[in-house]
Design a protein around this ligand. Structure first.
Ligand code: NDP
Length: 310
């Protein structure tokens, strides 16, 4: 069985930043990339709000740069998925791809979160060509255009309000006759002139030649006045929630009711000694590349301190 000091799980900005810091601290970290090498950012287009890139940078390029920076200092970056863990002892055991066992003194969980999609084939077809699950990342491309946001929770309201500041018009597509969001967010949405809430609408599909040009919706499914309608849009934003990728750790690591890993007093420490969490898997609030990177740095510093005390 392989024995290491520092295992990093996940290859988004949190994981790679942790790898940069841990390798520069001579901890010889091993990083497993997981299901989506480079993480969520590889599904977005241009990133314009990551400091240091005044001209912008694509998500994939940014992640490639972080990866090579980690490799430059000796991080051992591997392809593989952690399929099981045992955090019951003093050292932490993980299983890679259902077969290989590794023992690590410290583990940084930076497995991120995945946006939920409706499951329509058109979402895949127009991914990066009008379909997005991150208004902060992609909203800028829809200045003075028309977009739709799907969802009725706080995230959807927040994204709709954000987009309303950029776009000409925003449709909010809500499956129920009411919003689930907090009162204050509902009020803001309803008072924003260029947001039109389409209650009791479901999305059937998207259409367009070289990108999204419109959506086909079903109004009041199953009712006597059920009706198919089309709206002309340039962008289609999903805001129906995220899944933190914490399932495999839940037997040992405490999470909140939504599955986000609980950390102690604003540090990356979890309830298990030597197990740390960084990035979106422990962050339901900010979910930005820069905040994830910062928490990866903090986790690596905690690992270094922890190993020194042991
Ligand atoms: P929520 O789970 O609160 O809301 C998800 C929304 O998406 C619901 O309106 C739900 O509809 C809708 N939805 C889910 N699946 C589908 C589907 N298949 N088709 C159509 N609609 C669908 O997620 P959020 O991400 O909005 O929020 C997560 C948590 O984070 C919440 O606790 C929220 O309060 C919090 N939050 C707080 C913020 C703030 O305070 N500013 C900002 C963002 C999030 P339905 O209502 O019909 O189930």
């Amino acid at each position: 069985m392989e024995k290491i000091d520092c295992l990093i799980i996940g290859s988004g900005p949190a994981g790679y930043t942790a790898a940069i810091y841990a390798s520069r601290a001579n901890l010889s970290p091993v990083l497993y990339e997981g299901i989506q090498p480079g993480g969520q950012l590889t599904t977005t287009t241009e990133i314009e709000n990551f400091p240091g890139f005044p001209e912008g940078i694509t998500g994939s390029e940014l992640m490639e740069k972080m990866r090579s920076q980690a490799e430059r200092f000796g991080a051992d970056i591997r392809t593989g998925i952690i399929t099981d863990v045992d955090f019951s002892g003093n050292v932490h055991k993980v299983i890679v791809d259902g077969e290989q066992e590794i023992e690590a003194k410290c583990v940084i969980i930076s497995t991120g979160a995945s946006a939920k999609y409706l499951g329509l084939a058109d979402e895949q077809r127009y991914m990066g060509m009008g379909v997005s699950a991150c208004a902060t990342c992609d909203g800028f491309f829809y200045r003075r255009k028309t977009v739709a946001v799907v969802g009725g929770g706080d995230t959807a309201c927040e994204e709709a309000i954000y987009l309303a500041g950029l776009a000409k018009k925003v449709y909010l597509i809500v499956r129920k006759p009411s919003l689930r969001a907090s009162d204050i967010m509902q009020k803001r949405v309803l008072e924003t002139d260029n947001i039109e809430v389409l209650f009791e609408h479901e999305t059937l599909g998207l259409f367009g030649e070289n990108g999204v040009e419109g959506a086909r919706l079903l109004k009041r499914r199953g009712q006597i006045d059920e009706q198919e309608v089309e709206i002309a849009i340039d962008g289609f934003f999903l805001a129906i929630g995220h899944h933190p990728n914490s399932d495999v750790f839940k037997k040992f690591v405490e999470t909140d009711e939504l599955g986000y890993i609980k950390t102690i007093d604003g540090t990356p420490k979890t309830n298990i000694e030597g197990v740390f969490a960084a990035g979106d898997v422990a962050d339901p609030h900010y979910r930005q590349a820069i905040t994830a990177a910062a928490s990866g740095c903090r986790a690596a510093i905690e690992v270094e301190r922890y190993l020194k005390t042991k």
